[in-house]
Design a protein around this ligand. Structure first.
Ligand SMILES: C[S@@+](CC[C@H](N)C(=O)[O-])C[C@H]1O[C@@H](n2cnc3c(N)ncnc32)[C@H](O)[C@@H]1O
Length: 432
């Protein structure tokens, strides 16, 4: 596309955004669980309506948009929306649980046959005898689950393995995984793994089969809706580290819609920790040949702190923020730097696989470290310039219902809480 017409499309996108009613991007009362979006909880999920609006906007102005990529697909929100918009969708994530969730959420199974397998499974598990020797053997299994719960989960797992055909199992494993989370001894409202306190643990008597049945029934509703949308475009899911997408060809994608991690897993959202119990029950990490469940967070962006504070990143905004943080705490500054160094490698990779004229839609949270706000939207925009990305538009949306940490204690003073994120930035870049 000629330069002038690309600029005209950019301008048209900006005008369309300006013409939207005030509060359009807040989606305060939107059903964020519609379609298959409610299959499984996950930290910092994107609001489906945000992804949908961004996809619609780009499709409206670039009707030749055919493919969508998300390098940090998480629970697969942008892939589900891409699929519903008729796009060929490709996603990647280091977390094996992310791939399981996204596979289940982007696949439509015949609802009648699904119902048959649910009945078969529930009949079968009634009679399975489980001894302690049959329990899974991962570290701390009895710390995180009561004995009765381990036995019930083992029955369910064996039932799925023995009765449900391989091609349908992902639907059941996702429900199993969500169940694992709800019936464990962890405090379910938290994304990090914290055990229930003694008093609550003593009274904790979760109904494993009942929980599983509820999750399955809820997910069957989502599946039936997706089933009605057939035929669906192709979906491909990969376990790639976003820093190395070398298996994907240059210029392959028309559109990217993504929300990257906010920072390293240790000080922001620990995706690996959130997923650990499910990964252990399902042996997912072993099957994928990736990092062990307890090493996943270290493998993510910023997982290993930089040795020094020198860097060659092309972001004056980041440089200024690092100086400020370093004046309080040099180690914290090195941790922050490592995240952006890794992100920069990712930016180069995803720039390479975008086709010229293609749009990248980013949804990011700007967190605060040591009272210094890290303007990740600006930092990404500045760092992407050297990889041929041109800024198109940038605006803020309020976060009425996104599950993410709103407060933490970055000062490490007991009880001192600082609001880290209460809005997020949406911005669009175009590949030159
Ligand atoms: C904010 S979440 C994405 C949430 C997603 N948009 C959704 O709606 O569920 C960021 C994701 O990035 C993944 N991630 C972190 N570092 C990664 C890396 N180096 N390569 C690939 N994925 C990574 C995490 O596993 C997590 O799933």
């Amino acid at each position: 596309m000629a330069i002038s017409s690309s600029l005209m499309v950019d301008q048209a996108i900006r005008q369309s955004i300006e013409a939207l009613p005030r509060g359009h991007w807040d989606f305060a009362n939107a059903d964020t669980k519609e379609w298959t979006h409610g299959y499984h909880s996950y930290p910092a999920m994107m609001i489906p309506q945000v992804a949908r609006s961004l996809i619609t906007l780009v499709q409206q102005h670039r009707p030749d948009t055919r493919s969508l990529f998300d390098p940090f697909m998480g629970s697969g929100t942008s892939l589900v929306e891409g699929l519903l918009a008729g796009l060929t969708t490709v996603g990647s994530d280091l977390n094996p649980l992310s791939r399981l969730m996204t596979q289940a959420k982007t696949t439509a199974w015949d609802p009648e046959s699904l119902e048959t397998w649910v009945q078969t499974l529930m009949d079968y598990v009634k009679d399975i005898q489980i001894a302690e020797a049959d329990w899974p053997h991962f570290d701390n299994v009895t710390f995180w689950f009561k004995s009765t719960v381990i036995t019930e989960l083992t029955r369910l797992k064996r039932g799925i393995e023995n009765t449900v055909p391989d091609g349908i199992q992902p639907f059941f494993w996702v429900a199993f995984s969500d169940t694992v989370r709800w019936v464990s001894n962890s405090r379910n409202a938290e994304f990090k793994l914290y055990r229930l306190d003694k008093t609550r643990l003593a009274q904790w008597n979760p109904d494993v089969f009942g929980t599983f049945r509820k999750v399955i029934a809820r997910n069957q509703v989502g599946n039936s809706r997706l089933w009605e949308q057939r035929p669906l475009p192709a979906v491909s899911l990969y376990p790639y580290n976003a820093m190395d997408l070398s298996a994907l060809p240059d210029g392959a994608f028309d559109l990217m819609v993504t929300s990257p991690p906010y920072g390293d897993s240790r000080t922001t959202v620990a995706y690996g920790q959130f997923s650990r119990l499910s990964l252990q029950w399902l042996n997912l990490a072993d099957a994928a040949g990736g990092p062990a469940p307890n090493k996943l967070d270290q493998a993510m962006l910023g997982g290993v702190a930089s040795q020094a504070l020198q860097h060659a990143l092309a972001s004056p905004t980041l440089a200024a923020a690092l100086d400020q943080i370093a004046s309080h705490d040099n180690d914290r500054a090195r941790e922050v730097l490592s995240f952006y160094q890794d992100l920069d490698v990712t930016l180069q990779e995803i720039a390479r696989i975008m086709r010229p004229g293609g749009y990248q839609c980013w949804v990011v949270g700007n967190r605060t470290v040591k009272h210094v706000q890290l303007l990740t939207d600006r930092i990404i925009t500045e760092m992407s310039e050297r990889y041929g990305l041109i800024p198109v538009v940038n605006f803020t949306r309020a976060i009425p219902n996104k599950r993410m940490p709103k407060e933490n204690s970055p000062t490490n003073q007991t009880g001192a809480k600082v609001t880290t994120m209460n809005g997020e930035q949406i911005f669009i870049l175009r590949k030159d």
